[in-house]
Design a protein around this ligand. Structure first.
Ligand SMILES: *[C@@H]1O[C@H](CO)[C@@H](O)[C@H](O)[C@H]1NC(C)=O
Ligand SMILES: *[C@@H]1O[C@H](CO)[C@@H](O)[C@H](O)[C@H]1NC(C)=O
Ligand SMILES: *[C@@H]1O[C@H](CO)[C@@H](O)[C@H](O)[C@H]1NC(C)=O
Ligand SMILES: *[C@@H]1O[C@H](CO)[C@@H](O)[C@H](O)[C@H]1NC(C)=O
Length: 210
């Protein structure tokens, strides 16, 4: 039993050095590689507990799937070295809380970024995603203040990102499937009473005048 376990771990640690151009699925770098119908390399590291990103990078995938990794942050090993081949990156279904400022600098050719079902909260971090990268962001609990002076800049940035975000003070953190650039302002209790108070004051003045 023990011997079998050792053989199993040794085989895991021995990556196949190069992938031949087959139309089959190949396991390497802790991930599964296949070819798209356009003969582009597709890397699937979803649910994998031992992906080696420098190894993945050498296979020059165009598409990389990293779902269900339990990431609370984007691993720096993924983006400290340029990843030129990548056009689509799927980081959905993790617990990512932040988009680092320099993150996309290492993906010069990316056109499609998926961050659905994560734990992002600060919509201003979307400014770190350069314009015209199609970004999927549904099911994050964005929180923002409608009075934030940066909101107009964010609104201007969003259409070029091909996505948008809700800033709601009345229901912060509500996950939304289809995100739009809206700012809902809640009327405070004071504000609700203001018209009534004005009417009462006017009525009293009228009665007093009579
Ligand atoms: C990636 O592999 C997982 C199984 O590990 C599978 O459930 C998932 O559908 C695959 N994703 C893609 C995009 O092929
Ligand atoms: C993520 O966490 C779940 C629950 O703790 C665990 O079952 C799963 O193996 C983890 N996935 C990875 C890729 O570490
Ligand atoms: C990615 O971008 C780099 C530099 O911007 C460029 O030299 C390279 O050819 C591109 N690679 C692909 C696969 O598009
Ligand atoms: C972007 O990638 C996601 C999966 O990561 C896919 O569902 C979607 O269709 C892609 N969008 C475009 C425009 O390529």
């Amino acid at each position: 039993m023990f011997a079998i376990a050792i053989i199993f771990f040794i085989s895991l640690g021995t990556p196949v050095k190069s992938i031949s151009k087959l139309n089959t699925v190949v396991d390497d770098c802790g991930c599964t590689f296949s070819y798209s119908k356009y003969n582009e390399v597709v890397a699937n590291c979803s649910s994998s507990e031992n992906s080696d990103y420098s190894c993945v990078r050498t296979q020059e995938p165009v598409y990389l799937s990293l779902q269900y990794q339990n990431f609370t942050e984007i691993p720096t090993a993924l983006y400290r070295i340029p990843f030129n081949s990548l056009k689509q990156l799927d980081l959905s279904r993790n617990k990512i809380q932040h988009i680092p400022q320099d993150f996309l600098k290492f993906f010069p050719n990316i056109s499609n970024l998926t961050l659905t079902y994560n734990h992002l909260t600060d919509p201003y971090e979307l400014m770190h995603i350069r314009e015209y990268v199609i970004t999927h962001l549904a099911y994050n609990k964005f929180n923002c203040d409608c009075k934030d002076s940066r909101l107009p800049t964010l609104r201007k940035h969003m259409p070029k990102l091909h996505t948008s975000v809700i800033c709601a003070t009345d229901d912060p953190g509500k996950p939304v499937e289809s995100l739009t650039v809206h700012c809902h302002e809640i009327l405070s209790v004071e504000n609700n009473w203001t018209p009534l108070i004005i009417i009462i004051i006017i009525s009293i003045s009228i009665i007093a005048a009579i």
